[in-house]
Design a protein around this ligand. Sequence first.
Ligand SMILES: Cc1cc2nc3c(=O)[nH]c(=O)nc-3n(C[C@H](O)[C@H](O)[C@H](O)COP(=O)(O)OP(=O)(O)OC[C@H]3O[C@@H](n4cnc5c(N)ncnc54)[C@H](O)[C@@H]3O)c2cc1C
Length: 585
Amino acid sequence: MSDLRVDLDEIKFNLRGVADLDGVAALPGFEHVEADLVDDLLAEAARFAEEVIAPLNRDGDLIGARHGDDGQVVTTPGFAAAYAAYVEAGWGAVTADPDYGGGGFPHLVGAAIEEMITTASMAWSLCPLLTQGAVALLSAFGSGEQKALYLPRLVSGEWTGTMNLTEPEAGSDLGAVTTRAVPRPDGSYRLTGTKIFITYGEHDLAPNIVHMVLARTPGAPPGTKGLSCFIVPKHLPDSDGEPGARNDVRCVSIEHKLGIHASPTCVMSYGDGDGAVGWLIGAENDGMRYMFKMMNLARLSVGLEGVAIAERSYQQALAYARQRRQGRAPGGEPAAIIEHPDVARMLLDMRSTICAMRGLAYRNAEALDRAGREPDPDARRAADERAALLTPLTKAWATDTGCELAGVGLQVHGGMGYVEETGSAQHYRDARIAPIYEGTNGIQAIDLVSRKLAIRDGGAAADLLSDAAATVEALAAADRRAGLDPVRRHLRAAVTATAQATRWLLRASPEARLAGAAPYLEMLAVTTAGAALADGALARGSAADRAVLARFFASNRLARVPGRLAAVTEPGPDLAAATRGVLAG
Ligand SMILES: Cc1cc2nc3c(=O)[nH]c(=O)nc-3n(C[C@H](O)[C@H](O)[C@H](O)COP(=O)(O)OP(=O)(O)OC[C@H]3O[C@@H](n4cnc5c(N)ncnc54)[C@H](O)[C@@H]3O)c2cc1C
């Protein structure tokens, strides 16, 4: 058994009191999503996360994944058995299309389950996460034949999937991808090239691995417009669809990393011999469009990693603070450190901020469900815009803050946090990858101020801020005894400052807009998440604790938002000059 206790009440509250699971369940196609069924599913997922996955987390860090001379990757002892149990229980299939063996549940429910499993072990969770990315890609753009062959096995988890985008010279700039794919008369392609940093590119959890590979066909235009997407299985399926001949793709090595030691990060070599056999997904040169389509889901998943790691770190810090005695409480008695106001401050910062992050992420998931299922085209378009806007906020803010809070959790332990024994340092190290992969947080901020702010010339951002302003109104109308007046004040100031930053960015030069992108993302994310937390405190049946959390977040984090306006509007000229001045060699 591990020390993890999934906070099921908190998760359920966020699904219904902050996001609108009941409204989502009423959408066409979700008729089977009954409240009792969802609750049973969540309870069972919590048990699975606590009892099956969480106990593996420590060994995953200490033992990690190993690369053998034969190119095999051996995962941490216990990982394969847990993966078999995951497949057996059908956890990977919950949100997938029922036509391919999926449960057809909303992303909102999937997000809650994903959070639990990631809280249990982020390194373990990455294999299913990447597989779900491959499922989303094939479901949206695969041919009938490709779907029939691969989807049932990927949905069940019998085979796993990967995303092969990054190359040594092509990270944030995928336009520099050089992996080649040459067509053959039989309709297949032969791929040659090297991919790096491929999560679970090789492992011993499943009999086949299906790689989704970005590559360039002969004569393709340069840059991202010339990228195509291919299916390259480790074993070519035989006539019965079973894993057959070994394909010409190998894991050459795995990386030694700061954290997530149990997740093999592979260098993949394609075509050391005749070329790896692959099949085109959709049309040539359309690969980036397909990747963009499924990025929303993948980026939400990474944002949830920020929530999950912060939650795990919080639970551990709370337990430690209750038992570690040091100094005297204000009354003079020997004290558990939780009684010191500064330690309580750290823990309450963690708890309130995690709640705000979760609210943001779940509303993001809800927007994705509505964007796919709202019967009214206007409502569908509005939800699509909302999901597009919330995704970089969730991905970047929740992961940056996840790192920050994992640092706070470590701080609560004092010196014992810095030594590896307590395990708090693992969360700090594991959390650090999430702001980097799936588009760095810098790239998220650029996406926000360029593509997302451009939606209806700032209209989508204005709509989001008017929803937060409506929360300010609701707070003003709330019973004074609820004690939410500080929340109203700080939220109102945050909305005003963020609206001002939005107007400024819409008029700014492209350079000035990029210079202010990251602090603007923070302003919009904290304001949106603060509004979600306040809505939770206002929700019917909400406990008094929710007012405490909303108040603390308001005075501790929302109150900083107006102070960030200068970081959006002022540094542009200095940043432009710095590369020629203070940063010049
Ligand atoms: C553990 C791990 C797992 C990974 N898993 C996968 C995987 O499964 N599949 C896969 O394909 N990839 C994977 N990646 C790769 C990951 O997505 C990239 O590392 C990431 O996209 C950044 O690319 P890069 O490392 O080349 O950094 P660079 O692109 O070199 O970026 C370096 C810095 O420059 C900034 N920067 C770059 N370009 C710009 C710009 N135009 N404007 C402003 N700032 C910019 C970045 O924000 C960053 O701070 C993984 C990486 C790691 C470390």
